[in-house]
Design a protein around this ligand. Structure first.
Ligand code: CU
Ligand code: ZN
Length: 177
């Protein structure tokens, strides 16, 4: 009986121990972008903690050539498949004005633009100083939105037009390449 109890206890510790380390020690998140209203835009974005900043990388296909607004929006809610409005507005926990990624005042979610080549493919490879994978600036459970038009950094949200792709940001499986 005693042996049985200690076995149960160690199994419990093993289960809780692993879930806690998943939440606190993971350094990588991923977002699979899905097309909104049959835009044909798809992609995968990876967010990886490198030192004290987050490195954003990935690839988006099916875009029109040129620049497209690229933001973290407040909610990881994809229920509106026609317009993507359920993702809410730009993630803005500190109630700042909209801005460029390197501006002094910006929303945490303001990652600027991605630029598609003549084939409609954008490759993303940038660092960001504000987004985090934990704490008040955490982007986990929120969404990435790609827009039809460039973010021109005007108020209130850059005038980037409709939403062409959206995906939820979640923890990456360490076993996924
Ligand atoms: Cu946006
Ligand atoms: Zn913004």
């Amino acid at each position: 009986m005693k042996a049985c109890f200690s076995l149960l206890l160690s199994a419990t510790i093993a289960v809780f121990g692993s879930s806690i380390s998943n939440a606190q020690e993971s350094t990588k998140a991923v977002c699979v972008l899905e097309p909104i209203a049959k835009s044909g835009v798809t992609g995968t974005i990876v967010f990886e903690l490198v030192g004290n900043h987050v490195h954003v990388s990935g690839k988006i296909s099916g875009l029109t050539p040129g620049k497209h607004g690229f933001h973290i929006h407040q909610f990881g809610d994809l229920t509106d498949g026609e317009k993507g409005e359920s993702a809410g507005g730009h993630f803005n926990p500190h109630r700042m004005a909209h801005g460029a990624p390197d501006a002094r005042s910006r929303h945490v979610g303001d990652l600027g633009n991605v630029e598609a080549n003549s084939e409609g493919v954008a490759v993303i490879d940038q660092d960001d100083k504000l987004i985090k994978l934990s704490g008040e600036n955490s982007i986990i459970g929120r969404s990435v939105v790609v827009h039809a038009n460039p973010d021109t950094y005007v108020q209130p949200t850059g005038n980037a037009g409709g939403r062409v792709a959206v995906g939820v940001i979640g923890w990456a499986n360490p076993k996924t390449k």
